[in-house]
Design a protein around this ligand. Structure first.
Ligand SMILES: [Zn+2]
Length: 195
């Protein structure tokens, strides 16, 4: 289960040469699968190229490093809350919330808070999507529950209810547990990337 719920923070020093990463300079980030989940690497592009690695990354992408700022100006309250809610949900590690977590991540991607870095189909046929927080650089490895399109609206309503405070996490988890689970037909899957 731990593999489905993973937050990894962006490092501030190079994983290989251990020198500081440079503000606004390119970096290479990678996730390495471990027995307990994922290990994250952030490094200078040249270090990534030259370092000896006896492993194949689960996921790898090019990004830009941003040094942490003292007081990040809040854009809008709502966006901040949505990001906080995602972190909270992922920390809670409740399988009943997998649909809510996924839809929230897609909503945050659409509001340009998160960027999808990778999507991986595992041997068991499940899909993990790697999202990165554009500003803070945290990585979220999220299970794609392959929601049916007709269920998407319902989950979106739950997310909105959580954000507006009209429903508690416990209430939503209960709804999710009592909801009938159906086999998703391949042609009815949601495709968040196709826009
Ligand atoms: Zn380096």
């Amino acid at each position: 289960m731990s593999q489905e719920w993973n937050i990894r923070s962006r490092g501030h020093i190079c994983s290989f040469c251990e020198k500081p990463l440079v503000d606004k300079a390119p970096l290479v980030s990678a996730l390495k699968e471990t027995t307990g989940g994922y290990e994250r690497f952030d490094c200078h592009p040249e270090c990534w190229k030259t370092a000896e690695k006896d492993w194949v990354p689960f996921s790898q992408w090019d990004g830009v490093y941003f040094a942490p700022k003292k007081e990040e100006k809040k854009e809008t309250l709502k966006k901040e809350d949505a990001g906080e809610l995602l972190r909270k949900l992922m920390t809670l590690d409740d399988p009943a919330m997998k649909n809510v977590v996924y839809v929230l991540a897609v909503m945050l991607e659409r509001s340009k808070i998160l960027v999808e870095r990778d999507a991986k189909e595992l041997e068991d046929g499940t899909i993990r999507r790697v999202y990165e927080d554009r500003k803070q650089g945290d990585t979220f490895v999220i299970l794609d529950p392959r929601l049916r399109l007709e269920n998407l609206g319902e989950v979106q309503q739950q997310v909105v209810a959580l954000l507006s405070g009209t429903k508690t996490l416990g209430e939503v988890a209960q709804e999710e547990e009592s909801a009938p689970t159906e086999e998703a037909a391949p042609n009815e899957e949601t495709q968040p990337q196709a826009e």
